[in-house]
Design a protein around this ligand. Structure first.
Ligand SMILES: [Zn+2]
Ligand SMILES: [Zn+2]
Length: 91
């Protein structure tokens, strides 16, 4: 609902555009059961997969109800989150 506040970076960018520190990358997961979309770091890791932060259901590691829809980047230094735009080449 406030997605417009997130920065977009290109796939080859590995440094934070705000403070020039190294970024950590996370896949963005879509939980089809409750329509939650968020980086995998939002999901609680368990021994056999994840727990959805919205509906609190367990997600097995290769659960067909959960798909990867993109990549997010997060700066450990300033805490800024970014969306990695899909590359124009390849695919
Ligand atoms: Zn869910
Ligand atoms: Zn930063």
């Amino acid at each position: 609902m406030s997605e417009d506040t997130k920065l977009q970076i290109s796939v080859d960018q590995t440094m934070c555009p705000v403070c020039q520190n190294r970024l950590a990358f996370d896949p963005i997961l879509h939980h089809m059961i409750c329509a939650y979309v968020g980086p995998s770091s939002d999901f609680v890791e368990t021994t056999d997969g994840y727990i959805c932060p919205k509906c609190r259901r367990g997600i097995a590691s290769s659960d067909p109800a959960c798909e990867i829809v993109g990549t997010s980047a997060r700066c450990g230094a300033c805490g800024k989150e970014m969306i990695v735009s899909p590359g124009a080449s390849g695919a």
